[in-house]
Each structure stands twice: as structure tokens, then as C-alpha cells.
Design a protein around this ligand. Structure first.
Ligand SMILES: [Zn+2]
Ligand SMILES: [Zn+2]
Length: 269
């Protein structure tokens, strides 16, 4: 029997700051074949509104957890991009914002039958939804440089394509930068043809440090509240992949090449 039988057991809620919660799920408990331990969802609570960044895997209901933290404030829900581990709980909310380039992906159900043969028993819970993530109720668009007002502070949308075409990062005026899957420790998923695009997105994020050295990074996977070094290591790592190409190992589940440079791992498609 699994040790997880309800949302309270499944989601780990960490109060990182007075106004910032990290809500964690264990991706490795769903399927270890992604080489990823954590999915980080973030909830920023402003004076009149709250912002939920991503909705996770959809394995257990998320909304009750969020409602308990947001109380009577207005809630806005955003996806950093449209991969299944970021949009699983979208259908629990009335509307969800995403960069306009990925709006279409939310309008239909998302097939997750690739999880059926996971070695983890808990994926059987997905039988309730026939291994499909339901479509999003109302899909709203976001664009680069858009500002989201939460009352006592603001959050800026930064388009950072590369991991996916509509990937965004979000910068608060209190120096937190939410990077989605554009930059995180652990296993980075990238298409080789998109290396120039991801490199320019990482440069864009590094440029933010010219105005402000105090930015802290909150990625959607693995460690959070990490510093600029992540972006530097990632930028150098991607540039170095060609030199390590002979060391690649084929992964048949991911249908990708795996490269480990000692700092980060890469799944390259
Ligand atoms: Zn992703
Ligand atoms: Zn992800």
C-alpha cells in the first residue's frame, strides 16, 4: 500500500517567506524514469490577490490545499508551460493563464498513458481519469513583459522559450525569479535544435542581474531559492554538450540521449 492516500499527505507545503509558499510533489514517486525528484508549485500571496504558479501532476486534488492558504483573496492561476507535470490540476480551476504560444495545448485532454507501466503503484490513481489530463476550462493568454498586480507587489512575465516555445519565467518586484523548466538543477529536458533559443533565454535572465544582484531563483523542479550560479552552470553546460557528445547514453523510456556533465544532467531529444 502507498503511504499517500489524500492531498494532505501527497503535497508538501513549505512556507518559504511570509508571502511565498512552495507546494511540492514527488515526481519520482509517480515515475522514477524521469530522473526528477521534485515538482515545485509556488503560491504568492499579495495583499488583494494570490498567484498560483503551475498546478502539478493532477494525481491528488490541489484546489483544497490552495484555498486553505489563499482564503478570501482573488486567485490567479498561471502555467509556466504546458507539460503534464505543470498542468495536471488545471481543470480544478475556472481559468488558467499561459503564454499565448501554448494556449492550444490546454484546450484538449493530455494523454499520459506513458505512465501506465511506471514501477510505482500510485499511478493506478490515474485510472480514475483514464490516464488523461482533462482540458482546461477557460484558457487566458499571457505575453512577454505583462505585469500581474497582486496588490502590495507585482509580478512580471518574461518569455523564455527553449524548453518549450511558450515557456515563461516570472519576476516579482521583491527579487524572486520563477524559472519554470527554463533553469533547474537535476535533469534538463531539451531539444538539440533549440539550444540557441534556450541560450538566449538564459542570457536574458542573466541580464536581470545587471540591475539587481539580489535575485533568487525558484525553479519548477528540485532545489529552490538558489542563486545565479545555476544560470551560469547551465549556460556553460549547454555550450559544452557538443564536446561530451561521445559520452551520451540512450534512454529508451524517454527516447532521448542522456549526458551528465558532473553539474547537471541533460535529456536531449
Ligand atoms: Zn517541462
Ligand atoms: Zn517539468
Amino acid at each position: 500500500m502507498s503511504e499517500y492516500s489524500n492531498s494532505e499527505q501527497w503535497f508538501e507545503v513549505i512556507k518559504s517567506k511570509e508571502y511565498l509558499y512552495v507546494i511540492r510533489e514527488r515526481l519520482d514517486e509517480i515515475d522514477p524514469r524521469f530522473y526528477t525528484t521534485y515538482i515545485n508549485l509556488y503560491l504568492i500571496v499579495g495583499s488583494h490577490s494570490a498567484l498560483l504558479i503551475d498546478t502539478g501532476c493532477g494525481l491528488f486534488p490541489l484546489k483544497p490545499i490552495i484555498t486553505d492558504l489563499v482564503l478570501d483573496k482573488e486567485l490567479k492561476v498561471i502555467n509556466t508551460h504546458s507539460h503534464f507535470d505543470h498542468i495536471g490540476g488545471n481543470h480544478e480551476f475556472d481559468e488558467v493563464y499561459i503564454h499565448y504560444e501554448e494556449m492550444k495545448s490546454l484546450s484538449t485532454s493530455f494523454d499520459i498513458t506513458f505512465l501506465q507501466d511506471s514501477p510505482k503503484e500510485i499511478v493506478k490513481r490515474y485510472e480514475n481519469i483514464n490516464f488523461t489530463i482533462p482540458p482546461t476550462n477557460e484558457i487566458k493568454s499571457l505575453k512577454n513583459e505583462e505585469i500581474i498586480d497582486l496588490g502590495d507587489f507585482t509580478v512580471k512575465v518574461i518569455h523564455t522559450p527553449g524548453h518549450s516555445s511558450g515557456s515563461i519565467s516570472l519576476l516579482t518586484n521583491k527579487n524572486e525569479l520563477f524559472t519554470g523548466d527554463t533553469a533547474h538543477y537535476g535533469m534538463m529536458y531539451l531539444e538539440k535544435k533549440d539550444f540557441p533559443i534556450i541560450l538566449s533565454s538564459i542570457s536574458k535572465l542573466l541580464e536581470l542581474y545587471h540591475d539587481n544582484e539580489d535575485i533568487e531563483l525558484y525553479p519548477s523542479h528540485e532545489e529552490f531559492a538558489v542563486d545565479k550560479k545555476l544560470l551560469v552552470v547551465l549556460c556553460n553546460g549547454i555550450k559544452n554538450i557538443e564536446n561530451l557528445w561521445e559520452t551520451r547514453i540512450r534512454d529508451n523510456f524517454l527516447e532521448a540521449w542522456i549526458i551528465d556533465d558532473g553539474n547537471l544532467k541533460y535529456a536531449i531529444f
